[in-house]
Design a protein around this ligand. Structure first.
Ligand code: FAD
Length: 339
């Protein structure tokens, strides 16, 4: 066989945009399955726009108690079949029996899903909630279930075992920069929980949103001191829409700093949305640059199914393919086991 080739046999990339560079920080996005089927075309336009920057993965949320089981599956299946994106399916265990969870995991695996974000999920806040008598209590137990199911499938089928070697199962978990206000837990408690998730087989963590770099950098330093070695990817919300930030504060308990709201509220919401968008993007760019300069492995953006603010932010930090590409500049220390 000849190794020579004529021009055009194997064309070099037309644009050296840096999007596929190995030392590029990771870029990923969170999507949620649309509640209303009529929103599907808009979501799909969002997916196509996000795909342009070749994200490392896109994660798809899952309602507590399995409330979005069908719609999450539909979206994940469509991402697998119709795009080159790697979907990560969120899974929650609150309010569900272990058997129901195992069935759901089996369905995802049968469809070719190889990555999950294992979560506990939040019980309803009205106080009426009781733990499922045959359910799992924590995210770390769900990580263990995922690992057990995968091991059983590989043990029962050599073909599955080979496939699992080629495309290993990847399990992500949540981390909380300032403790989990929604669950009423402190940062120390959540670092202990993160260590338990790692021990159960988690591969990496994605953080709850935060608004200042020290929140993330301190979490990573404390987690490393406690023995957490897995990568911790910062989860960032684009800061362009103050109404959204206020709603997310109510849902998560993560307070929006006064200076962020003051910056955004200074603009007329009817006539100055473009200027407000630019100012909010600047806030996001500064935050993402600070965590990347501090050694974060990449950035995960909470898109709320809206591509524009996420892509402008990614572009602003040099990860969107236009302008000078950004590469990793630092590495947060990871303790080396002594024995
Ligand atoms: P856990 O780690 O199980 O923690 C829950 C509580 O138990 C905490 O108070 C923790 O301190 C305590 N705990 C856990 N393990 C231990 C242990 N070994 N010892 C002592 N205490 C322990 N929710 C959804 O419903 N759907 C989603 O799709 C979704 N996606 C998310 C994505 C990200 C990136 C993040 C950060 C959160 C997401 N959430 C989602 C919210 C999440 O489910 C809640 O914040 C939930 O309260 C905590 O989830 P967890 O996975 O950290 O649970």
């Amino acid at each position: 066989m000849s190794v020579s080739s004529t021009p055009g046999d194997c064309p070099a990339p037309a644009v050296t945009d840096g999007l596929g560079a190995v030392d590029r920080p990771t870029v990923s996005f969170e999507l949620y399955p649309p509640r209303n089927p009529h929103a599907a075309p808009k979501l799909w336009a969002t997916v196509q726009a996000l795909a342009e920057v070749r994200p490392d993965f896109v994660s798809v949320t899952y309602g507590a108690s399995g409330s979005t089981r069908t719609t999450t599956r539909t979206l994940v299946r469509r991402l697998l079949r119709e795009t080159s994106l790697t979907p990560i399916a969120h899974l929650t265990c609150v309010g569900t029996s272990t058997q129901e969870l195992a069935d759901t995991v089996g369905e995802f695996l049968d469809e070719g899903v190889r990555a999950f974000l294992a979560l506990r999920g939040d019980p309803p806040a009205d106080g009426s909630w009781q733990a499922h008598p045959e359910g799992l209590p924590t995210a770390s137990a769900l990580v263990g279930l995922l690992r057990r199911i995968e091991a059983e499938r590989c043990a029962s089928s050599p073909a599955q075992a080979v496939r699992a070697t080629v495309r290993p199962l990847s399990v992500a978990v949540a981390a909380f920069p300032r403790g989990n206000a929604g669950a009423g837990s402190s940062r120390e408690q959540d670092i202990a929980a993160l260590l338990a998730k790692q021990a159960a087989g988690a591969d990496f963590a994605i953080t709850q949103l935060f608004y200042d770099a020290p929140s993330y950098l301190e979490l990573v330093a404390l987690a490393r001191d406690a023995g957490v070695t897995i990568p911790i990817v910062p989860g960032i919300i684009p800061m362009t829409d103050p109404a959204r930030l206020r709603r997310v504060q109510q849902l998560t308990g993560v307070e929006v700093p006064e200076h962020v709201l003051a910056t955004l509220d200074a603009f007329d919401p009817e006539t100055e949305t473009a200027a407000r968008h630019r100012a909010g993007t600047r806030l996001g760019v500064d935050l993402v640059n600070a965590v990347l300069d501090g050694g974060a492995p990449g950035v995960h953006l909470y898109t709320f199914n809206n591509a524009g603010p996420a892509l402008d932010l990614i572009d602003g930090v040099g990860l969107g393919g236009s302008g000078a590409p950004r590469t990793r500049v630092a590495t947060l220390p990871v303790p080396v086991p002594t024995s």
